[in-house]
Write a protein that binds this ligand. Structure first.
Ligand code: CA
Length: 474
C-alpha cells in the first residue's frame, strides 16, 4: 500500500508530538514521587537524640537498614551538622561496641569535663565516656570490651535486674542528673553519672507497653513523653510536672503528641527526641514506613499553648530546613542524571493498617533532588554500576560530596570527569573502604559530566552535591 505524503501542518504536529514524547521520557525520572521526603540524615536511623553544643548539632542514634530486624543494628556513629541540613560522620564513635547491637544511645551529657552516653548494647543499657561529644567513647566502668550477655561492671543498672532499654538522660538546672528508660522508669544519677539512686516507675494515663521516653524542661515545666504501640500504631503521649522530674505529674485533657498521619504520609512516628535552639523547640521522630528496622528520622517544630500544654504535632516528612546560617559555595545543579541501571520499584506493604502502603522508587534523579529520603539504587546484578551528573555545560567544579546508601558499612569508588561524555579522566575517589558520609573530593577542574563508579559497598546514592568551590557548609 502506498502512503500519501503528509501535509506540512500535519508534519509540524507530528514533530511537536515527537518532541513532547522525548521530553516526557527525559524527565520521567524527575517526576517520580518520593514518598520518604526530607529525612534528617542520608541514612536509615532511629531513636535519635539531638543536641546543639557550641556551633555544632550532634545526632546520636540507632543505625538501621541492615536488614535483619531486631536481631541487629549498624555500627555506632555520631552525625554532625553546622546548619542542620548538611550532616556528616566519620568512622565509628564507640570502637569497642562496633559489631555489637548498638541502640538508642541517648545524647552525650557533660560532667566534670567528660562526656557520658548511655547506649543500649545487646539489649542492656551501658555507660560510655569520652573527652568530647563526638567520642571516641569507651565503657566508663570496667574493661572496654563487650562480653555476652554483659560485663557486670559496665551496665548502667547495677542491681539484680540489669534489664531496660532506651535511656534518656536529663540534667536539671541545679545540676542533678536523671535517667529515664523504657517501661516508664526513672532514677537519679549521682555525680559520677553512673550510679543510680531513687529508682521508681511513673504512673501514666495510658497503660500499654511503653518505650522511647523523651524528657525536657521548658519555662519551669518538666515534660515526660512516652510511646505506646509500635509499627504504624506507634504514638507519643505526655504528661507534665511543675515540681520535679520525679513528679507529681498532671495529664492534660489532650495528651496525644504524635500519631500516624496518612494524609502527610507519616506512618508510625516513634522513638525520637525533643530539643531546642533558644526558644524554638523541635520534635524528632522515627518513621516506620519501610517496615521493620529500615526507618528514617524526621524533625518537625513543636508548639506550645499559653498554659504550657503541648500542641499535637501535625507530623510531616518536610523537615525544618537550616537552623543556623553557614556560608557555602554555590551548588551546581545537574540538568540530568543517568545511571547504568535502576532497581525496580519496591512496593512496601502495610503491617497492620492497610492505609499505610506505598511504593519506593530508585531513579537516578533521586541522587540529586536535595532530599535525604530518596535515593538512586542500581540493580543487584549491576556490579559495574555508574551514575553520571550532567551539568548541561562545562563548569568549574570545586568539590564533590557523595552520600552513599548504608554509609556505615563503607564504600570505595572512582570519580571521573568528562567534557563530552565519551572521554573520562579520574578526578577523585579512593580504593580503600571508608566508613563515612559524605565522601568528599576536591575536584578543582572544569567538566560538563561527572561520573561515580562504586567499586565497593552498597550500590546506591542518597545525595550527591557538586559545589562551585571547595567551601562547604558541613
Ligand atoms: Ca535524594
Amino acid at each position: 500500500m502506498l502512503l500519501r505524503p503528509m501535509k506540512t501542518s500535519t508534519k509540524i504536529k507530528v514533530y511537536i508530538l515527537f518532541v513532547w514524547c522525548c521530553l516526557c521520557w527525559l524527565t520521567a525520572g524527575a517526576q517520580v514521587a518520593n514518598p520518604f521526603g526530607r529525612a534528617l540524615v542520608p541514612d536509615m536511623i532511629a531513636d535519635a537524640s539531638i543536641e546543639l553544643v557550641g556551633d555544632t548539632f550532634y545526632c546520636y542514634a540507632t543505625t538501621d537498614g541492615y536488614g535483619r530486624g531486631l536481631d541487629t543494628s549498624g555500627p555506632p556513629v555520631v552525625w554532625k551538622s553546622k546548619d542542620f541540613v548538611h550532616w556528616s560522620f566519620e568512622g565509628v564513635c564507640f570502637p569497642s561496641a562496633d559489631g555489637e547491637k548498638y541502640w538508642a544511645p541517648s545524647k552525650a551529657v557533660e560532667r566534670n569535663g567528660r562526656w557520658y552516653i548511655y547506649p543500649t548494647v545487646n539489649g542492656i543499657m551501658h555507660v560510655g565516656v569520652a573527652d568530647s561529644p563526638e567520642g571516641p567513647f569507651r565503657l566508663a566502668r570496667g574493661k572496654d570490651e563487650f562480653t555476652k550477655p554483659f560485663a557486670r561492671e559496665a551496665t548502667l543498672r547495677q542491681g539484680e535486674d540489669r534489664g531496660g532499654i532506651d535511656a534518656e538522660v536529663f540534667v536539671d538546672d541545679d545540676g542533678q542528673a536523671y535517667v529515664f528508660w523504657g517501661g516508664r522508669h526513672v532514677a537519679k544519677l549521682a555525680d559520677d553519672m553512673m550510679t543510680m539512686t531513687e529508682e521508681r516507675t511513673l504512673e501514666t494515663r495510658r497503660k500499654e507497653y511503653s518505650e522511647g521516653p523523651i524528657f525536657f524542661k521548658r519555662k519551669g515545666i518538666y515534660y515526660y513523653l512516652y510511646t505506646i504501640g509500635g509499627d504504624e500504631r506507634y504514638e507519643y503521649y505526655y504528661m507534665m510536672s511543675r515540681t520535679s522530674p520525679m513528679g507529681p505529674y498532671e495529664t492534660p485533657a489532650h495528651d496525644l503528641v504524635s500519631t500516624t498521619n496518612v494524609e502527610t504520609g507519616v506512618f508510625g512516628p516513634g522513638h525520637g527526641c525533643v530539643f531546642n535552639v533558644d526558644d524554638d523547640y523541635f520534635f524528632a521522630f522515627l518513621e516506620f514506613g519501610r517496615r521493620s528496622t529500615n526507618r528514617q528520622t524526621y524533625v518537625n517544630r513543636l508548639h506550645f499553648n499559653e498554659d504550657g500544654t503541648i500542641q499535637q504535632v501535625k507530623v510531616t516528612l518536610d523537615g525544618v530546613g537550616a537552623l543556623r546560617k553557614v556560608k557555602s559555595a554555590k551548588e551546581l545543579k545537574p540538568v540530568d542524571m543517568k545511571a547504568s541501571s535502576t532497581m525496580e520499584p519496591k512496593k512496601i506493604r502495610h503491617n497492620q493498617d492497610e492505609r499505610c502502603q506505598r511504593t519506593e522508587q530508585f531513579v537516578a534523579a533521586f541522587a540529586a533532588d536535595g532530599e535525604n529520603g530518596s535515593r538512586w539504587m542500581a540493580t543487584e546484578t549491576d556490579t559495574l554500576c555508574w551514575l553520571v551528573a550532567d551539568l548541561g555545560k562545562k563548569m568549574k567544579i570545586g568539590r564533590s560530596e557523595l552520600c552513599f546508601v548504608r554509609p556505615t558499612e563503607g564504600h570505595a569508588y572512582v570519580l571521573e570527569g568528562s567534557t563530552d561524555g565519551q572521554h573520562w579522566e579520574p578526578c577523585g575517589g579512593h580504593s580503600d573502604v571508608q566508613r563515612k558520609s559524605p565522601h568528599v573530593d576536591e575536584v578543582k577542574k572544569a567538566y560538563r559530566y561527572v561520573r561515580v563508579r562504586i567499586t565497593k559497598g552498597i550500590r546506591g546514592v542518597w545525595e550527591w552535591r557538586l559545589l562551585a568551590s571547595g567551601k562547604s557548609n558541613r
